[in-house]
Ligand binder design. Structure first.
Ligand SMILES: [Zn+2]
Length: 291
């Protein structure tokens, strides 16, 4: 898990790795098939390994912009009871050590932003301290879509147990500590960082736009889980509303195709970032140079 960073105008973005997602990705995209992947040969070997397995990561992005420190989707977290994905239960990752390697202490974070509230995006909101879940980023505002929060607060019965647990042990404690700002799906977090509605994977899923000077980047969240969905936007991944997710994904790909906007994939394997280019009737990701 290399340290990766990119420059977006005056903003610097760091990848803060949490845990490998390769095992979790297998079977997540039902339409995935090796023959179609062979047609998109650019996916191999970075995003699809030699044995045809999808590669992926759970990782957060740390944004430094105009003196503000923002972390987006801080991972699965440590010591969480998570049984849905093999290898993610009761983790002991060095996520905070990697944050410190970027020169940032948890107490210095100004905003924690969520693309949605699935358990692999909210885990580091809290840490187990003296037997209780305590906020990790104690000086931070936790920025969450009001609609997304309301959806999970009503605990829909069709969601798997780990999602309930993620809301209970990672979201509710920061809410009850008064650290959550419930916001609109197009909320401006701070100058240069704005939520971009991309609903479907969850009811109020958002992506995150970074704009500085002439440059821009978008943090995908789970509007796409894997770059194969750039080649095949109709490949969904356990989405709440499959057709809405597909149209959000297609809209995002078409909007940023052939632009300089950097795509930062929340679950993309290294090199994590790239730009979307049209290739005939389809699209591909051209990996971006990092700093
Ligand atoms: Zn996810």
């Amino acid at each position: 898990m290399e340290s990766l960073r990119w420059q977006v105008g005056d903003a610097t973005v760091f990848r803060i790795a949490d845990v490998d997602a390769t095992a979790a990705l297998q079977g997540l995209i039902p339409k995935f098939n090796p023959a179609a992947v062979a047609h998109a040969s650019w996916l191999t070997p970075d995003f699809v390994d030699e044995t045809g397995r999808l590669r992926g990561m759970v990782q957060a992005f740390l944004i430094m912009i105009a003196g503000q420190l923002i972390i987006v989707d801080p991972g699965v977290g440590n010591a969480k009871r998570r049984v849905a994905v093999p290898g993610w239960d009761n983790l002991r990752t060095d996520f905070l050590g990697r944050l410190r390697s970027a020169g940032v202490e948890p107490d210095e974070i100004d905003f924690v932003v969520n693309t949605h509230l699935h358990f692999d995006h909210v885990g580091w909101h809290t840490q187990l301290v003296d037997g209780a879940w305590q906020p990790t980023f104690r000086s931070s505002r936790y920025v969450i879509s009001a609609g997304e929060f309301g959806y999970w607060h009503s605990k829909p019965a069709n969601q798997i147990a780990d999602q309930h647990a993620g809301f209970s042990d990672s979201v509710l404690p920061v809410y009850e500590a008064g650290l959550v700002d419930l916001v609109a799906d197009d909320h401006v977090v701070t100058e240069g960082v704005q939520l971009l509605p991309t609903p479907g994977h969850t009811p109020h899923h958002v992506s995150v736009m970074i704009e500085s000077g002439e440059q821009s980047a978008v943090i995908t969240g789970d509007v796409m889980h894997h770059p194969c969905q750039i080649a095949y936007p109709d490949w969904g991944a356990s989405d709440f509303d499959a057709s809405q997710a597909q149209s959000s994904r297609t809209r995002l790909i078409q909007r940023f195709a052939d632009s300089d906007t950097l795509i930062l994939g929340t679950h993309f394997a290294d090199p994590v970032a790239g730009r979307i280019r049209r290739e005939g009737t389809t699209f591909r990701l051209i990996p971006a140079d990092e700093l």
